[in-house]
Design a protein around this ligand. Sequence first.
Ligand code: KDG
Ligand code: MG
Length: 405
Amino acid sequence: MTQRITSADVIITSPGRNYVTLKIVTSDGVVGWGDATVNGRELAVASYLADHVVPLLIGREADRIEDTWQFLYRSAYWRRGPVTMAAIGAVDLALWDIKGKSLGVPVYQLLGGAVRDRILTYTHTTGRDIAELKESVAEKLEAGFRAIRVQSGVPGLNRVYGVNDRGGAYEPAQRSAVAPEEDWDSDLYLKTAPAMLEEIRAHVGPDIKLLHDVHHRLTPIQAARLGKAIEHVGLFWLEDVTPGENQEILHLVRQHTTVPLAIGEVFNTIWDVKDFILTQSIDFIRTCVMHAGGLSHVRKIFDLGDLYGIQGAPHGPSDVSPITMAASMQLGLAQRNFGIQEYMGYPDLAKDVFTTSYTFADGYFTLGDAPGLGVDFDEEAAKKYPYEAAYLPYARRLDGTVADW
Ligand code: KDG
Ligand code: MG
């Protein structure tokens, strides 16, 4: 019997940070959960969903996931963009959750079944200086991680991306009515970043995978210089070296260095990343399984990458909810060219609202056999944590110019 969507509700909650969750219920009483969190712009997606998407969903056949995706994408007329694509992504994740639960299987079974047993993951480390970064690295190694993103302070700059200026873990969004300001100077960064990476490599030895995120800061030729200077460090990847809206840019970097390049977390469709892939300028494509239109769309992006030996490595910061994280892992188990899953971790309070079935051991995540995505959302607990405005930082250069953040 055809099951139809009978209700869809958007829930905004803030257990330690803001999350936007979509709950879809079917005529069979099956509940599907989707994540629609766009860090610092949460209410825009909530409105797009509640005001413009939910009314279109009621009465639709819940099993028609691809048809619903095509309908929401093409009937909007206005294409692409983070708000639209996150909203479509939330619906897509909820519908995959429903299909899995209806059939009593985890979503990876519907994507072709497992092609691996466990999912390699990396986490974040940070320090205001190298000594503090080493402590952070030691902590994560102790916790079992074997792939680690390293970010450190830049001498001469007060606040930089990836580093908490008060020490401790870094969470970019700040609960405040204004966007916090960070500092940037590419020359100061380029002067110290290679030595920092060398020292961490010497500290962890050859077997730990090291990653580093430049967060869209450099010009192509600066990025090429950095790549050349750190080839001997043996990074797993160097991420977002340039802003990347001009996709051809990375081809120039590529011609100068063999450091593996990763990019894509801020892009939302296959059209936004296809040139990176078709020109074979990258090694890892980082589109997020929610921000880029859900599992239905991201697996097409990863399939395109597979033609060129490019691996999928979905975005997984604390600002996508455990629903997105679980969906990423479902894809990770079934997608041949899945490379690694980012796992930044979650605020403790988030565990009060989200219950997950994935488990971590020895640097890898394993998925259980829970049907659907394998995540539960506690609506009563969510009510305890009302939305609080929070903004991502932005950066200024030493002369006051707004820089890429
Ligand atoms: O909301 C912005 C964060 O998701 C981003 O800064 C994290 O770059 C990031 C990463 O690689 O996780
Ligand atoms: Mg990044």
